[in-house]
Design a protein around this ligand. Structure first.
Ligand SMILES: [Zn+2]
Length: 266
């Protein structure tokens, strides 16, 4: 019977008193579990399968069934603070939604698990804006999936991508071409029918500062970027990039992206 660390991604009521949970396990990828009687007061799973908490689960996998049966569940770390503060709660749900989209049953991804767990921990720190942890998770998620945008050099030719000739504070940028572009690759991308815009260079630099650490498989320092406006601008870049490259848009992203691009030329 597999035993593993896990984080609940989604919960669905099932029959009268049971619960189906989708969880990200560290060593077994995404698992779909039936917790019988989880809603009964005396159930051994009562209060165990909450969102955001670090869990230790044991389940029985039946080869003929899609749902595995939960056999044991323990909370190893509660993250109550994330349930008591709406902006933090929303950021945590956004992380779970992305982890759900980016994980598959039977495909272990310990790095995604560790990133999610560490970013949920950071999100609990009341001294930092919630976007600080969320942006790190989003860029780490892109990096983990081989989708990280090129922010320092040209995404197409890997040469320098200097500021645009008309505005020295901005550089060419195209989600479809992989990120920042030099002038000639921007021309080529346009000719190939891709959308090419521009992005403020300071936002690109903020993102690159975080990606340097994420590429080296470590978390950026907690105080790397703390200014809420800079974080929102970077989050806008990361979520539009994710939106372009993922098959579906996480629900948590839709409201955030409903406003016009925050990095558009004023
Ligand atoms: Zn180029």
């Amino acid at each position: 019977m597999p035993t593993d660390r896990a984080l609940v991604l989604r919960r669905f009521p099932y029959s009268e008193s049971s619960l189906v949970v989708r969880a990200l396990s560290r060593e077994h990828g995404r698992v779909h579990l039936l917790a019988r009687g989880a809603y009964r007061m005396h159930s051994r799973y009562f209060g165990v399968l909450d969102l955001f908490d670090e869990l230790e689960l044991e389940w029985r996998q039946s080869p003929r069934r899609e749902l595995a049966e939960l056999r044991r569940g323990d909370v190893t770390r509660r993250r109550r603070a994330l349930r008591e503060d709406l902006p933090r709660y929303r950021a945590a749900v956004a992380m779970l939604e992305l982890a759900d989209l980016g994980s598959r049953p039977g495909r272990p991804d310990p790095e995604l698990y560790e990133l999610l767990s560490a970013c949920l921990d950071r999100l609990g720190d009341a001294d930092r804006p919630p976007d600080a942890a969320l942006v790190v998770f989003e860029l780490g998620f892109l990096q983990n999936h081989g989708l990280a945008p090129a922010l320092a050099r040209c995404a197409a030719c890997d040469r320098n991508a200097p500021p645009t000739s008309t505005d020295r504070s901005r550089a060419h940028f195209s989600a479809g071409s992989g990120g920042r572009l030099c002038a000639s690759c921007a021309e080529e991308s346009r000719a190939a029918g891709r959308r090419v815009g521009t992005m403020p260079i300071d936002v690109l630099q903020d993102g690159e500062a975080l990606l340097v650490d994420l590429r080296a498989h470590r978390l950026p320092p907690e105080d790397a970027i703390t200014d809420p406006d800079r974080l929102v601008a970077l989050r806008d870049l990361a979520e539009r990039f994710l939106d372009y490259h993922l098959d579906s848009t996480p629900k948590a992203s839709r409201a955030f992206l409903a406003t016009p691009n925050r990095n558009a030329k004023p």
